[in-house]
Ligand binder design. Structure first.
Ligand code: PLP
Length: 440
C-alpha cells in the first residue's frame, strides 16, 4: 500500500491497524471469513473503473468485451457448482438480492412466510416492523420451539392456514439442518414458492458437506462472503423446479436486479466471485468445508463439557449459540469480555429469549474463519476452555431490572472488563496463539 500511504496516511494507517487486529484475534463471528489473496487481487483490480449496466452482450455501455467474459465465467461456475440452469451474479449483497427475488416473483402486498429474526431468521425474511419486506408485503413469521428447533408439523399447520405466496427458508443463527424436502411438500400443498436463503451455508453446500436445497426449491439466494469465502456480494439461482413453475423466472429475476433495483454491476466483485467459485471446485476447499463442521461439532462438545448450554444441544453446521440464561449473564457482556481476550463473537437472542433483543441471553459463534487459518481439533479444545474461562470471569454481572439503568450498566461493565487483568492476560496468550496461524 505504498501509494495509499502517501496519498492518505490516515486511512492507510487504519487499514494497517485493522490488518493487525484480524491477525491478533480468533474471528468467530460465523458470518465472517477471510477471502483469499487471489480474490482480493481481483476485487482490488482496475475492473472497478468499468461501467456495464445490462447483461453480457446486452450492455448499455461500450467497451465491455472482457467484462462480458468475466461475468459469463462467474455465471457458468455458479451454475455448475450448484447444479442450476440459471444464475445472476450481479446483486450487490444479500439484502438487495432478497429484495430482487420478492420484486421479481411477488405482487405488492403478497404474503411472505419467513423465520422470525429472534429465532435465527434474517431481517429481509419479513420482519414486520423495521424492513421493507414487512412494509410492502404481508408477512407471517414462524418460530422455533423452546428447544431451539423448528417444529415442521407446526410449520405445516401455519402454512396451511396462512397460505403464503412465498416461503423463505434460511437462517443466520440456526445450528441444525433444514428439512428442504419437507418444506417443498408443505409448499406444494399451499401453492407457495420456496426461496432458500443459504447465505451462511453456501460454501458448505457447494462442497457437499450439507444437503443442497436445489432439487427442492424454486429459487436460491446466497451471499458470497460467508462460508463461500469470496468478496462481498450475492448470487440468485433459479432451479429446474422454478423454471417448471414459471419458464420466465430467470428473466424476471434478471429484470428485477437490472433495471429494477440496481444500476451497473460491480465488475471487480464479479471477478472476485468467479475466482472464489474456482477455488470452491478444489479438493482443498472440500476438505476445508469438512473441517469447519468437525471443528464446530468438537467445539460445541467441549463447551458443553465445560458446563455451558448450547441451544438445541449441539450443531450440524458451522455455528452454535451459547444460552447464557443458566449463568444469568447477558450476551453483550460476555461478547465484550471475549473481545478483551481477543476472541470475537456477537451477542444474539436465544430461542424464546426472556431478555429484550438489545440485551439478549446468548452469544453466537462459529468456525468458518478460524478453520480458514488452519485450526483443527487440538485448537478447538483450547478455544473452548478459553471461552469458558472468560464467561466465568463475568458471570457475576446481572442486568438491572429497571429499564432506565440498563444502558448505563452495560457501558460501565464494558469499561470494567477492559481493565480486567485476567482477561487482558488471556488476550495476550490468545494473540500469541492466533499469530501462529497466518491469514491467507
Ligand atoms: C448475511 C445474510 C443476508 C444478508 O446479506 P448482506 O450481504 O449482509 O445484505 C441475508 N440472509 C441471510 C440468511 C444472511 O445470513
Amino acid at each position: 500500500m505504498t501509494k495509499l500511504l502517501k496519498i492518505d496516511t490516515h486511512i492507510a494507517k487504519l487499514i494497517k491497524l485493522e490488518t493487525d487486529r484480524q491477525k491478533d484475534v480468533l474471528e468467530m463471528i460465523p458470518s465472517e471469513n477471510y477471502a483469499s489473496t487471489a480474490v482480493r487481487e481481483a476485487v482490488g483490480s482496475i475492473l472497478t473503473n468499468k461501467y456495464s449496466e445490462g447483461y453480457a452482450s446486452r450492455r448499455y455501455y461500450q467497451g465491455n468485451r472482457y467484462v462480458d467474459e468475466i461475468e459469463l465465467i462467474a455465471v457458468e461456475r455458479a451454475k455448475k457448482l450448484f447444479g442450476t440452469p440459471h444464475a445472476n451474479v450481479q446483486p450487490y449483497s444479500g439484502s438487495p438480492a432478497n429484495s430482487a427475488v420478492y420484486f421479481a416473483l411477488l405482487a405488492p402486498g403478497a404474503k411472505i412466510m419467513g423465520l422470525k429474526l429472534s429465532a435465527g431468521g434474517h431481517l429481509t425474511h419479513g420482519h414486520p416492523d423495521v424492513t421493507f419486506s414487512g412494509h410492502y408485503y404481508k408477512t407471517v413469521q414462524y418460530n422455533v420451539e423452546p428447544n431451539g428447533i423448528i417444529d415442521m408439523n407446526k410449520a405445516e399447520t401455519q402454512a396451511k392456514s396462512e397460505k403464503p405466496d412465498m416461503i423463505v427458508v434460511g437462517t443466520t443463527a440456526y445450528p441444525r439442518n433444514l428439512d428442504w424436502k419437507r418444506w417443498r411438500k408443505i409448499a406444494d400443498q399451499t401453492g407457495s414458492l420456496v426461496l432458500a436463503d443459504i447465505s451462511h451455508i453456501a460454501g458448505l453446500i457447494s462442497a457437499g458437506v450439507l444437503e443442497s436445497p436445489v432439487p427442492y426449491v424454486d429459487v436460491v439466494m446466497f451471499t458470497t462472503h460467508k462460508t463461500m469465502r469470496g468478496p462481498r456480494g450475492a448470487v440468485i439461482l433459479v432451479t429446474e423446479k422454478g423454471f417448471k413453475r414459471d419458464p420466465d423466472m430467470g428473466k424476471k429475476i434478471d429484470k428485477a436486479i437490472f433495471p429494477g433495483l440496481q444500476g451497473g454491476p460491480h465488475d471487480n466483485v464479479t471477478a472476485g466471485i468467479a475466482v472464489c467459485f474456482k477455488e470452491a471446485e478444489t479438493a482443498a476447499f472440500r476438505n476445508y468445508a469438512k473441517q469447519v463442521l468437525v471443528n464446530a461439532k468438537l467445539l460445541s462438545d467441549v463447551l458443553q463439557k465445560e458446563g455451558l448450554t448450547i441451544t438445541t444441544g449441539g450443531t450440524d453446521n458451522h455455528l452454535m449459540v451459547i444460552d447464557l440464561r443458566p449463568q444469568k449473564v447477558i450476551g453483550n457482556i460476555v461478547a465484550e469480555a471475549l473481545e478483551v481476550a481477543n476472541i470475537v463473537v456477537n451477542y444474539n437472542t436465544v430461542p424464546h429469549d426472556s431478555n429484550p433483543p438489545m440485551y439478549p441471553s446468548g452469544i453466537r459463534l462459529g468456525t468458518p474463519a478460524i478453520t480458514t487459518r488452519g485450526m483443527k481439533e487440538r485448537e478447538m479444545k483450547k478455544i473452548g476452555k478459553w471461552i469458558s474461562l472468560v464467561i466465568q470471569e463475568v458471570v457475576h454481572y446481572r442486568l438491572p431490572e429497571a429499564k432506565e439503568e440498563r444502558n448505563k450498566f452495560v457501558k460501565n461493565v464494558n469499561g470494567e472488563v477492559w481493565k480486567n487483568k485476567k482477561l487482558l492476560g488471556l488476550g495476550k496468550e490468545v494473540r500469541t496463539f492466533a499469530r501462529k496461524f497466518p491469514l491467507p
